[in-house]
Structures are given as C-alpha cells and as structure tokens.
Design a protein around this ligand. Sequence first.
Ligand code: SF4
Length: 329
Amino acid sequence: MKRILTGDRTTGRLHLGHYVGSLQNRVKLQEEYDTFIILADVQALTTHFERPELINKSIYDVAIDNLSVGLNPNRITMFLQSKIGAIAELTVFYSMLVSVNSLRHNPTIKTEVTQYGYDDLSYGFLGYPVSQAADITFCSADLVPVGEDQLPHIEQARKIVRRFNDLYGNGKIIIKQPDALISNTPRLIGLDGNSKMGKSLGNAIYLSDTSEEVNLKVRSAITDKNRIKRTDPGNPEVCTVSKYHEAFNCSEYQNICEMCRSASIGCAACKTLLSKKINSLLAPFREKRAYYEERKAEVRDIILAGSNRANLIGNETMEVVKKAMSIYM
Ligand code: SF4
C-alpha cells in the first residue's frame, strides 16, 4: 500500500471549504492508501504563536472534525506534529540545504511579504516550507494530495530531497521523493461571496455548526444583488447560493439555475432548499461528532497511538539519515 500524508493546521474548527477541498477526498483515499494525517500544531505556531491555548484546543476540534466525516481510526494514522522528534530534527537538517532566496519565492511567503513586508515575517514562518518537507518525508510518504495551486510546495520538498540524496546518498536514495496526488476539487467561496471561505473571514459554515446555525448562515448568504423583487429574473452566475447548490445539490443545480433565471423560485425558498441539503450532509457527521465529543479520552488515545506509530517510522528514518550524514558516534 502506498502511503499518503495529509492533514490540517490546528488553528480552529474545520469548515465546509475544508470538506469540499480535502476531507471528502481524504475519506475515499483511506480505502486505497496508508493514510497519515498530521495535526500540524507546530506549523500552527508560525501564525498563531501568541495563542497556544487555541492551538491546543484545536487539536481535539480538528481530530474530531476528521473522525466525524468518516475517517476511520482503525485505518488511518492520525498523529500530532509536536510529538514527532524526527520532524523537528529533519527540519533542522533540511534548513541547511535551502537558500533564503528560494524560500522568498515560495507563493505563500510571497503573499505574506506583499501584505506585511519582511519586518514582521518570522524565521519560523519563512522556513515553514522546510518543515513541510520534513512532515512529508519523515514517514516516507509516496504521495501528498494537493490542489494545483499547492504544487510549488511539493516541488520545494522534492528539491530538498534531491539535494539531500545527492549530497549524502553516495549514489543511493536515502529519502524518498514524494509525488503530488492532484485533486482538482473546486474551492468553495465564502458566504459573503469572497473567493475563499476562511476562519478569519467570518464567512464559513463549520462542520460542527448546528442545523439552526446553518439555516441562519445560509439566510445571510449574498445573492444576485440586482434581483430586487421576487418577480425579477435572477442571475445564478453571480450568486453565492447557486455555487453552493452546485457543490452540495448537484442533481438539482441546473434546474435551480433555470428557475432562478425565470423567476419561478424566490431567493428565500432557494436558500431553504440549500439549507436542507447541507443539513442532510452534516446529519451523519453530527452523530459521529456527538459520540467523540463525549469520549475525548478515546480521541486522545487515537492521536497517541498514531503518534507512536509515526515515531517508530520516524526513528527508523532518522537512523538512516544520520548515518548518511555521518552524525553518529
Ligand atoms: S433564486 Fe437562488 S440562485 Fe437565484 S439569485 Fe436567488 S438565491 Fe441566487
């Protein structure tokens, strides 16, 4: 079985954007791959270092989000990044092999620098692509499920691995070069029409939202602003609600677009239909969530067992790595 590495930063609860973009696919992939799920609490520190209590609480939130959508704890290895010594060690070793200039060209770093400049950019944030390479390679992951836009991150990791093997491999492959497993899932826009659904943007429906919360949020979603009266024909192309129908009510999507254009459905009714669809998607997740929320000790055991397995593999990796680098006595 090939191994995949995927996961989430522990900076808060996961939302429908995460579900559409990654979790949904993750549930399918666990059937085919040895699935490693990283709860990236160290990476969370790169942006949330002043809020350690949030990161700590989010470990459970993110773990339960994953379990509630159908990740099977008997199939997957869910582990906590900060518990894996090999990741920390590899990050240090890899950091010698990456130039500051190449990090500056990383798209995420570039965006951050454009917004805030270099003065406030921490050494930890600048180096997060290096630690990401360590996350992927400590467990010899074959594949990393990503969208097209994240390909530069995988290429960065591959570059580091090639450099490492060239320098220390003496003709052998010491570290496995990971490949991207491209999933072209569309990005879910925010309820406010923003191109991204984000925790910090306040435009998200969370996997943990109650049906009442979902109803309220869907009611607040931005529609076609030019549709003033119920009798005005609408334009689904510019409506957030229609995009959600496309994602969560695929079979009725075309019909809804036609009804919108002919003004045979009003926005309130259209939103009610959508709320029902989203709530029926979330209903089984809510049941599983309730189970795990009442059994936090079980969630903790799942994470600890996963971390133990990950550590056994990581320790083996480090033995080979250190030997190749002549770091031993
Ligand atoms: S009817 Fe539906 S798709 Fe059309 S503008 Fe209203 S909410 Fe949007």
